[in-house]
Ligand binder design. Structure first.
Ligand code: ACO
Length: 353
């Protein structure tokens, strides 16, 4: 009997779990559908810097097949064609092979961009032919592709550095940042910065918040941003809590900031309506926040991973914001669906260029 009642409970648990999963995936799918439909309305050329990676080839196939993007696989042509054939894909991918063809103009451009940063002509030549992250970055910078994805086979900082050096930030921006969209049963949350700025000052936090709010609107979400800390509106005062507080002041004084933002506040204040309305009813946020800006990279990276793994959120990202052209740096080990999702986000970014 004990075993029977145990298994009945398990069945019920499983059913409840599956219902929760379905509800959550439903929200996630809904969010991605917004972006996928926008992408399909005007697909753009997306350079996949790690073209010889099997997952990239599969992702390229899906993006092309579903009309999300026009993928360009960067890498050794023979290997890419062989991978596509081995996978049995009915797919004749567009391949750009840095070792084959005349890419002197890319080497010249890289040299022109970086010669006053210590790069020699020989190094520029070497990097263009042997480092597909530099090749794809120049390709996008030159307008031969509209967007770039990389990162699957590299450590995040080394995949990020070439686009930062070659493409750089948008004219009105100084900082790039990595944003994760987390979808829960009844809500979505954008977390920033989860991947780039180690110890941001108030100006950086304010800029990252504005980029993230813009991104939220691209997903049809009206942003309400909370600057997170371990302090609530001045309850603890030191250098750490002052940065998010100063960032709020900068944004409240900025006439271009047209979304709700407040803080500094603790994470539960940001997401629990009763705390926000009961104790901090003076806050600018009239509903719980959906943009969470963390005070530093440790908090941001740890925070989103805990939410994803323990809170059971579905994650889309990391989406790089603040760049001059759309670039997204995947995490090592990301799945094909993650690549396709970020490809769609990149296409939508490119449509806004
Ligand atoms: N935003 C925009 N551009 C930047 C930024 C930034 N936050 N930081 C540096 N840059 C630019 C610089 O201006 C410089 O350009 P320049 O050469 O034209 O002047 C170029 O990038 C290189 O910058 P450096 O100062 O030499 O910095 P470095 O290369 O050492 O590091 C990096 C930059 C890679 C972003 C570094 O800050 C870093 O490692 N950040 C953390 C990345 C990380 O480990 N993330 C967590 C794990 S990832 C994950 O979980 C998915």
């Amino acid at each position: 009997a004990a075993i029977n009642s145990g298994s009945a409970r398990t069945d019920l648990d499983m059913q409840a779990y599956e219902e929760r999963l379905e509800a959550r995936l439903g929200k996630s799918r809904e969010m991605m559908r917004v972006v996928l439909n926008k992408a399909k309305s005007d697909p753009k050329r997306v350079a996949l810097a790690e073209g010889t990676d099997e997952k990239m080839v599969r992702a390229a196939y899906q993006m092309q097949d579903q009309g999300i993007a026009e993928p360009v696989l960067v890498g050794d042509e023979e290997s890419i064609t062989a991978i596509a054939a081995d996978l049995g894909l009915d797919f004749d991918p567009e391949v750009v092979d840095p070792k084959n063809g005349d890419w002197d103009h890319y080497a010249d451009r890289l040299y022109e961009l970086r010669r006053r940063k210590g790069l020699t002509k020989n190094e520029a030549n070497e990097w263009i032919h042997n480092d597909t992250n530099y090749f794809a970055s120049v390709m996008v910078e030159e307008g031969d592709a509209d967007a770039m994805l990389t990162g699957l086979t590299h450590h995040y900082p080394s995949a990020l550095r070439p686009p930062l050096q070659v493409i750089g930030t948008a004219p009105e921006a100084n900082y790039a940042a990595g944003v994760y969209l987390l979808t829960f049963k009844n809500r979505v949350i954008f977390c920033a910065d989860t991947t780039v700025n180690l110890d941001p000052d108030a100006e950086t936090l304010a800029e990252v918040t504005k980029h993230t709010a813009d991104l939220a609107r691209r997903f049809n979400v009206e942003p309400r941003a909370a600057m997170l800390s371990y302090s609530n509106f001045g309850s603890v005062t030191n250098e750490g809590t002052r940065k998010p507080r100063d960032a709020v002041k900068l944004m409240h004084d900025d006439p271009e900031v047209d979304f709700q933002v407040d803080g500094e506040m603790q994470a539960d204040t940001a997401v629990v309506e009763d705390i926000l309305e009961g104790t901090y009813e003076f806050s600018q946020l009239d509903d719980p926040a959906n943009v969470l800006v963390f005070p530093n990279l440790e908090a941001g990276n740890i925070g989103y991973k805990l939410l994803q793994r323990l809170g059971g959120a579905e994650a889309i990202g990391p989406m790089l914001v603040g760049m001059d052209k759309p670039v997204h740096v995947l995490q090592r080990g990301d799945e094909v669906k993650d690549i396709v999702n970020l490809g769609a986000v990149a296409v939508v970014d490119a449509q806004n260029e």
